[in-house]
Design a protein around this ligand. Structure first.
Ligand code: NAD
Ligand code: TYD
Length: 353
C-alpha cells in the first residue's frame, strides 16, 4: 500500500481518483482537513474501503511513525501543504509550520521507518515530494522556461516555504540516502479545485453574477496544466523516476491571466448563456495587484518527457471545457465548500482591493 499526505485537497484528491482508475493497491490518506481539505472529494473511494482517511497533521511525528509501523507502505507521496499565495501574504506562519516544519517532521518519521526496513523493501521504497514551479521565482517575457537546474529564487512566503521543503528533501537523500523523488509542477486546474484560486473563483463568481477580480494589469502569465495530467506524471515518476532526481512538470500552455478569464467567460456564454443576453466578460473588474506578484512562470518539461516518457493529454482548450462543465454539474460540492470560513476569506482578500 501507499501513504498519501494531503489527499483530501485538490491535487491529492484528483490523484486518488487517478490511482484507482488504474490500480487496486490500497491507499492510506493522512490529511489535517484544513479549510482546503474535503473528504467528499474522495468519498467514493473511502466508502468502497480501498482508501482510508486519517485526520492528522504531518507535523505530528509520533502519529506518522505509528501509521507507518501499522500500515507498512512501500511509498509515501507528499502532497500536504498550505498552497495559496494570497493566504501566505496575509499569514505566513501556517506556511512555515506545515510546509517546512511539517515536511521536516514527516521526513524524520519516514527516515526512521525506512532505516529499519529489510534490504529489498528498503531499496524499493520511495518518498515522492510534490512541489511547485514557484520555487524558481519570476520570469520576464523573454526568459527561457524553468529547467531543473534553474536557481531557486522564491518570492512569496508560499514559494519560500515550498523551496525550504524541497531543500530538506534533497538533503535527506544526499545525507541519509533516503530514496526521494521531487516533482516541480506548474499551475494546475480542473475538478475539485478550491474556489479561492483563479480558475474556479472566476467560474463561480461569473455564475453568481459577481465581479471577476483580475489583479493588476492582468498580463501575468502562468503555465496551466490539467490536474489529471499532473497526476499521471506523478504516477509515472513514482514508477520510473531516478532516485534523488527532480522533474519539472508542465503543459507548455502559457496563458495571460486576462486570457484565462475571457476564455472561461466565453465557455460560460456557450454552456450557460445569461438570461438577459449580456456577456460574462462584462463582469471583469481590474483590482489592486498582489504584492510581489510574480510576472511569469513557464516550465521546460523536456526531462520528464525524455526520461519518463510523460506527455500531457489535454490542451488548455480541452481542459477548460472539462473544468467548466464539471463546475456546472457539481453544485453540491461547490456549495458545500463555500462556507462561512470561505466567505470570510473572500472578504479579507478582496474588500480592500
Ligand atoms: P490544497 O490546498 O488544495 O490541498 C492541500 C491539502 O493538504 C488539504 O487537503 C489540506 O487539508 C492538507 N493539509 C494542509 N496542511 C496539512 C498538515 N499540516 N497535515 C496534513 N495535511 C495538511 O493544495 P493542492 O493545490 O492540492 O496542492 C497539493 C500540493 O501540490 C502542494 O504541495 C502544492 O504546493 C503542490 N502544487 C500545487 C499546484 C497547484 O496549482 N495547485 C501546482 C504545483 C504544485
Ligand atoms: P492563483 O490561482 O492564486 O495561483 P498562483 O498565484 O499560485 O499562480 O493565481 C493565478 C494567477 O491569477 C496569479 O497571477 C494571480 C491571479 N489572480 C487574479 O488575477 N485574481 C484573483 O482573484 C486570483 C485568486 C488570482
Amino acid at each position: 500500500m501507499i501513504l498519501i499526505t494531503g489527499a483530501a485537497g485538490f491535487i491529492g484528491g484528483n490523484f486518488i481518483h487517478h490511482w484507482f482508475d488504474k490500480s487496486t493497491e490500497p491507499v492510506l490518506v493522512l490529511d489535517k482537513l484544513t479549510y482546503a481539505g474535503n473528504p467528499q472529494t474522495i468519498a467514493a473511494h473511502l466508502d468502497a474501503g480501498r482508501c482510508t482517511l486519517v485526520q492528522g497533521d504531518i507535523a505530528d511525528r509520533a502519529l506518522v511513525a505509528q501509521l507507518l509501523a501499522e500500515h507498512q507502505p512501500r511509498a509515501v507521496l507528499h502532497f500536504a501543504a498550505e498552497s495559496h499565495v494570497d493566504r501566505s501574504i496575509h499569514g505566513p506562519g501556517e506556511f512555515i509550520q506545515t510546509n517546512m516544519v511539517g515536511t521536516f517532521e514527516l521526513l524524520e518519521a519516514v527516515r526512521a521507518y525506512w532505516g529499519a526496513m529489510a534490504t529489498e523493501a528498503k531499496a524499493a521504497f520511495r518518498f515522492l515530494h510534490v512541489s511547485t514551479d514557484e520555487v524558481y521565482g519570476s520570469l520576464s517575457e523573454t526568459d527561457p522556461a524553468f529547467s531543473e537546474t534553474t536557481a531557486y529564487a522564491p518570492n512569496s512566503p508560499y514559494s519560500a516555504s515550498k523551496a525550504g521543503s524541497d531543500h530538506l528533501v534533497r538533503a535527506y537523500h544526499h545525507t541519509y540516502g533516503l530514496p526521494t523523488l521531487t516533482t516541480n509542477c506548474s499551475n494546475n486546474y480542473g475538478p475539485y479545485h478550491f474556489p479561492e484560486k483563479l480558475i474556479p473563483l472566476m467560474i463561480l463568481n461569473a455564475l453568481d453574477g459577481k465581479p471577476l477580480p483580475v489583479y493588476g494589469d492582468g498580463l501575468n502569465i502562468r503555465d496551466w496544466l490539467y490536474v489529471r495530467d499532473h497526476c499521471e506524471a506523478i504516477q509515472q515518476v513514482l514508477a520510473k523516476g531516478r532516485v534523488g532526481e527532480t522533474y519539472n512538470v508542465g503543459g507548455k500552455n502559457e496563458v495571460r491571466n486576462i486570457d484565462v478569464v475571457t476564455t472561461i467567460c466565453r465557455k460560460l456564454d456557450e454552456l450557460r448563456p445569461k438570461a438577459d443576453g449580456s456577456r460574462y466578460e462584462a463582469q471583469i473588474t481590474y483590482v489592486a495587484d498582489r504584492p510581489g506578484h510574480d510576472r511569469r512562470y513557464a516550465i521546460d518539461p523536456s526531462k520528464v518527457e525524455r526520461e519518463i516518457g510523460w506527455q500531457p493529454a489535454e490542451t488548455f482548450e480541452s481542459g477548460i471545457d472539462k473544468t467548466v462543465r464539471w463546475y456546472l454539474d457539481n453544485t453540491v460540492w461547490t456549495d458545500a465548500v463555500r462556507t462561512g470560513a470561505y466567505r470570510d476569506w473572500v472578504a479579507q482578500n478582496y474588500a480592500a482591493r
